[in-house]
Design a protein. Structure first.
Length: 314
């Protein structure tokens, strides 16, 4: 015997399931009278539970003038309203209101100056008349402290300008290594053009003191410029053990047996990251091959007696 309840019929006058709930009004727009029809007189009265009038949408009549008073903002009523400057009306050029901005502007907004984080434009009108001046970047035209020694000869400004214009996209936000730095002219050129880090390697104590003074003069912090007072070969061996690599390496050293060993070490990938550039400054009468182990010649800057050969690590 099945324990099932027989189905009920709708003949008993029972209300269907999908109907308004118990106590809900039959007319959403307002109160209902005794006859079940909406009562227009009680439409705007309170609900009786302290919530105020009914939450119905009100259509304003422009001829009645019953627009609610207050700090209103109408997009198309500019020329028709004479009291636009009264109250908290928004105006794009009113200074203190900042227009339609949600947040206050960046520093320098009122003075028409670039905000924080933007580097000021470079003054191209500064004349470069000396090899001791930086040729471009944020330190353009600044003069470096130079050494009186005949062995510390700075790279000519014309070669520096052309070379850094060729590698401009590879210098910005990269790590630069200046081997045989002298007074730091090449490394400071890289910092001036946006390099993230410049490492100076120089064995002369006098030149190292000048590099420190130049870094202090240009207010370059330790995180952007580092100095090693030591020979180049021991530095490369130490860097290989620590697995330190740079994106660009500049070598300016006289022809000697030490130079040959340095080139062999660099050609094997020591201190130069994959895809990095090795820039070798040498005399015009000193030939260099098209390839050196992992290095392949990419460009050449020829300016008379001085040549800069640019190699790329494969």
């Amino acid at each position: 015997m099945e324990n099932r309840r027989p189905p009920r019929s709708n003949s008993s006058g029972r209300k269907p399931y999908f109907d308004r709930g118990r106590g809900a009004p039959a007319y959403r727009g307002g109160k209902v009278g005794a006859d079940g029809q909406p009562n227009p007189q009680r439409r705007n009265e309170g609900t009786g539970d302290g919530r105020g009038p009914e939450r119905g949408r009100r259509n304003f009549d422009p001829q009645r003038g019953d627009r609610p008073q207050g700090n209103n903002y109408n997009r198309n009523d500019g020329p028709q309203r004479a009291d636009r400057s009264q109250g908290n009306n928004y105006n794009r050029n009113d200074g203190a209101g900042y227009g339609r901005r949600k947040f206050p502007p960046k520093p320098g907004f009122e003075r028409n100056r670039p905000g924080t984080g933007k580097r000021p434009p470079v003054d191209d009108t500064i004349a470069i008349t000396s090899d001791a001046q930086l040729t471009d970047g944020k330190f353009r035209g600044r003069t470096l402290l130079n050494s009186d020694s005949p062995y510390a000869v700075p790279t000519p400004r014309k070669i520096r300008d052309i070379t850094f214009k060729i590698i401009a996209r590879r210098v910005k936000a990269r790590r630069f290594l200046d081997l045989g730095a002298g007074v730091g002219t090449i490394g400071l050129e890289a910092i001036s053009r946006g390099a993230m880090l410049s490492t100076f390697v120089e064995r002369s104590a006098r030149c190292c003191s000048l590099i420190r003074k130049n870094l202090e003069t240009f207010a370059i912090k330790d995180g952007h410029g580092e100095l090693f007072e030591m020979e180049i070969l021991p530095f490369l061996k130490k860097s290989a053990k620590r697995r330190r690599f740079w994106d660009l390496v500049y070598l300016d050293l006289a022809d000697s047996g030490e130079r040959t060993e340095i080139l062999e070490s660099l050609s094997r990938g020591c201190a130069l990251s994959p895809g990095g550039l090795l820039l070798i400054e040498h005399a015009s009468d000193t030939p260099h091959p098209e390839s050196l182990n992992q290095l392949k010649r990419w460009r050449t800057v020829d300016q008379g007696e001085t040549i800069v050969s640019i190699y790329e690590r494969i």
